[in-house]
Ligand binder design. Structure first.
Ligand SMILES: NC(=O)c1ccc[n+]([C@@H]2O[C@H](COP(=O)([O-])OP(=O)(O)OC[C@H]3O[C@@H](n4cnc5c(N)ncnc54)[C@H](O)[C@@H]3O)[C@@H](O)[C@H]2O)c1
Length: 247
């Protein structure tokens, strides 16, 4: 599954799943733009990509801001001449039961997880359709399919990302742009570190493979979907959840 000669943008790649995806794509041969709110933390991802002998860009991007996402695409085109792969990974949680959920927490999660995916996708679609090649992977979540108490905003955003994936997949298939989603279960990152031990224990009992996932488990699925081997797959939701949900 070589990605030699390909260029990629991974949002939210300063840490966690995004970082693992960026490094995995670089290992396969791609040059990778690390697009994150926090360029200070992105330095480590950039260093790891360069250590693998690939080119990297450190781009400060707020995916919720269209000006930033347009500039992101322009900078990659200017530096490398094309964009082959986009991974919409940047995402946040602001949990709370619905009656206590503040409107600003509802809005922020939708703005980053859903609108961010819309902005970044729109920014790369023109160059991708023009070159008649593109691979887009959106990071959704198991809770966008089964729900999760305390995550009305987050699960709504991830369910919407799945609908978005299928529609954009249909719209641009004729231009050889595939659009797929990866829906992780519970992955061991900063996002899940805050979970209380009793919640983690209950979760583990629901996972047939008996462990949380690793960022590398998710990155491997993304690498497949952006590869030549996945050329005939579009609009698909690939679940990476240790068997917690089987569909
Ligand atoms: N960790 C899990 O269990 C899990 C499960 C399912 C889905 N996911 C999804 O995977 C993705 C990555 O999650 P993670 O666990 O690695 O999270 P994380 O919190 O460890 O990392 C998220 C990264 O996104 C960046 N980011 C946040 N807001 C941004 C913005 N507006 N613009 C640009 N960058 C921004 C952060 O700076 C950070 O580097 C998210 O979309 C998340 O919803 C995670």
């Amino acid at each position: 599954m070589s990605l030699q000669g390909k260029t990629a943008i991974v949002t939210g790649a300063a840490q966690g799943i995004g970082r693992a995806i960026a490094e995995n794509l670089a290992q396969a041969g791609a040059d990778v733009a690390v697009a994150d709110l926090d360029p200070g933390r992105s330095v480590e991802t950039v260093g790891a990509i360069e250590k693998l002998g690939r080119r990297a860009l450190n781009l400060k991007v707020n995916v919720a801001d269209t000006n930033d996402t347009k500039a992101m695409a322009e900078q990659v085109i200017k530096a490398w001449g094309k964009i082959d792969i986009l991974v919409n990974n940047a995402g946040i949680t602001r949990d709370g039961l619905l009656l206590r959920m503040k409107e600003e927490d509802w809005n922020l999660v939708l703005q980053i997880n859903l609108n961010g995916t819309f902005h970044c996708t729109k920014a790369v679609l023109q160059p991708m359709t023009k070159q008649r090649y593109g691979r887009i992977v959106n990071i959704a979540s198991i809770v966008g399919v089964i729900g999760n108490a305390g995550q009305a905003n987050y699960s709504a955003s991830k369910a919407a990302v799945i609908g978005f994936t299928k529609t954009v997949g249909r719209e641009y298939a004729s231009r050889n742009v595939t659009v797929n989603a990866v829906a992780p279960g519970f992955i061991d990152t900063a996002m899940t570190h805050g979970l209380p031990t009793d919640v983690k224990d209950t979760l583990l009992k629901q996972i047939p493979l008996g462990r949380l996932g690793t960022p590398g488990d998710v990155a491997a699925a993304v690498r497949f979907l952006v590869s030549e081997e996945a050329a005939y797959i579009t609009g698909h939701v690939l679940h990476v959840n240790g068997g917690m949900l089987m569909v």
